[in-house]
Design a protein around this ligand. Structure first.
Ligand SMILES: [Zn+2]
Length: 486
């Protein structure tokens, strides 16, 4: 009897292994095979152009801080003098004083325009870190094969790179069939309300519909994804939303010498603890599921077995991903308590203590699902829950991966970075591109740069820099993308 059970067990195990292996090797690559393209000569003064643009301090401090309009206008003037063909042959509109919209009219008006977008503002240098920079942050120093400074990666590189590409094509006498729009917002780092949103409103008033939108986003990264040897070009095809939820407890307040056993602060604290314990549901779906489907065929054996057999391994993969804050963020709506308000005086019970919980919303989340989760997780009617109207952004759903636009982008990436593999992904941070959601179903957030892991810290941090080689390739990418979009 025992031998029979054992035999049965081994037969089952063998079948399972065979199924896993067949599944793993049946998944065919989703990468597009492309032919190599001749390399384009990028003028060497492109480096100086980016360098000079970095020296203009177009800083966004906060949504309410005053803006150095002269710095932005100086950058506008610098564009004019540096890209003469762009400024003589494209229509240029100044939107809300400091943002720019260029229109390069195509010959075929039946084709929907393409919008390439980047932002002109940069984040400030954190006080006390100025001395840690190898080259001063606004020097635009060109040294050791790099262009250094704030904005080198985020996001002057993309704005200047697009302008270089168009100037180059104009010099070659190229005229696009499809209209190309270049949109440069001036306040992306503090929400984009004054820049990108106004540009989008302007286009909507004209009833413009876009073929696709390409904005800054995820990079090409090497050695980040376990089991994938090739650099992975992550394309943000969906974007998380943003919300602040205020939770508060009404109380009569009073003198702290006569507190009740349970104070309003105690109730509020318990609510926060409950929210941390009861997280939003986590699941592998949407852009994250697509990412795994695209990467599984490119993985080495043990990983391929797991990722191609997610019907079996999903719980394990999920558990590993939930263990790290960077990977758990792509599985769920995250909750982060950020602001706490109590009493202004140590001997006064607060009348209305409150907390702000900052949420990054997974695609599919709505105001109703947020409120339901908060009510359920907190489980206490004394806690008032309000979604703040200010800064609320719904998540942007996934773009169509079967669209010509995505295939076109995928093809261009493979032409310029033939060693890389392309994978869709969920964009966890916010970008200006969300404002164009009503103008196009195809929104992509991708920065065409192979970013070495050691340079990632430069983003919003110290020693932001871009390699000269990387920047040249980025310009070539935009040249090719414009051609491929015709
Ligand atoms: Zn940026």
């Amino acid at each position: 009897m025992f031998r029979k059970i054992l035999l049965g067990f081994f037969v089952l195990l063998t079948v399972l292994v065979v199924v896993l292996v067949i599944n793993a090797y049946r998944t065919s690559s989703r990468q597009i095979e492309v032919k190599a393209i001749p390399s384009v000569d990028i003028p060497a003064n492109a480096f100086e152009h980016l360098s000079k643009a970095i020296t203009l301090r177009t800083i966004s401090y906060s949504r309410t801080a005053s803006v150095d309009t002269n710095a932005f206008k100086g950058l506008h003037r610098y564009f004019k003098s540096t890209f003469p063909l762009v400024h003589s042959q494209l229509k240029r509109e100044v939107i809300n004083e400091l943002s720019l919209l260029y229109t390069w009219k195509g010959t075929d008006s039946r084709l929907k325009p393409v919008l390439l977008t980047a932002h002109l503002d940069v984040v400030p240098i954190e006080k006390g870190t100025e001395q840690n920079w190898t080259h001063p942050p606004f020097s635009g120093n060109i040294n050791g094969g790099y262009i250094w400074g704030r904005g080198a990666l985020d996001d002057k590189m993309n704005a200047l790179g697009m302008l270089e590409a168009v100037e180059y094509l104009l010099k070659k006498g190229y005229t696009p069939k499809r209209t190309i729009l270049l949109a440069f917002g001036h306040d992306e780092e503090v929400s984009g309300y004054r820049g990108a949103q106004k540009i989008a409103d302007h286009l909507a008033k004209r009833n413009t519909k876009l073929e696709y939108v390409l904005d800054e986003g995820l990079f090409i990264l090497e050695g980040q994804m376990p089991g994938v040897a090739a650099p992975v070009a992550y394309v943000g095809v969906a974007e998380k939303g943003y919300a602040n939820v205020k939770i508060s407890v009404a109380s009569p307040g009073g003198h702290s010498s006569r507190p009740t056993t349970q104070t309003a602060v105690g109730i509020l604290s318990q609510a926060i603890v409950n929210l941390e314990k009861e997280q939003f549901d986590a699941s592998i779906e949407g852009a994250t599921k697509e990412m795994m489907d695209y990467l599984a065929p490119e993985m080495s054996t043990p990983y391929k077995l797991a990722f191609a057999n997610r019907w079996l391994f999903n719980p394990v993969i999920k558990k590993i991903m939930l263990g790290k804050s960077t990977t758990s963020a792509v599985l769920r709506t995250t909750t982060a308590p950020t602001i706490l308000k109590g009493s202004p005086k140590s001997n006064v019970l607060p009348a209305n203590p409150s907390a702000i919980i900052n949420l990054r919303l997974k695609p599919g989340e709505t105001k109703a699902t947020i409120l339901r989760h908060f009510k359920d997780a907190i489980g206490d009617d004394r806690v008032k829950v309000e979604i703040q109207a200010d800064e609320f952004n719904l998540p942007v759903p996934m773009s169509d991966l079967r669209s010509k636009s995505f295939k076109n982008l995928q093809k261009t990436i493979r032409q310029l970075f033939p060693e890389s593999v392309v994978a869709p992904a969920l964009m966890v941070g916010g970008t200006d591109s969300k404002y164009y959601r009503d103008l196009s179903k195809n929104i992509f957030r991708f920065t065409p740069l192979l970013l070495p892991v050691k340079d990632i810290d430069g983003l919003h941090g110290t020693n932001e820099r871009v390699s000269k080689k990387g920047y040249q390739q980025l310009i070539r990418f935009y040249v090719q993308l414009i051609k491929n979009s015709d």
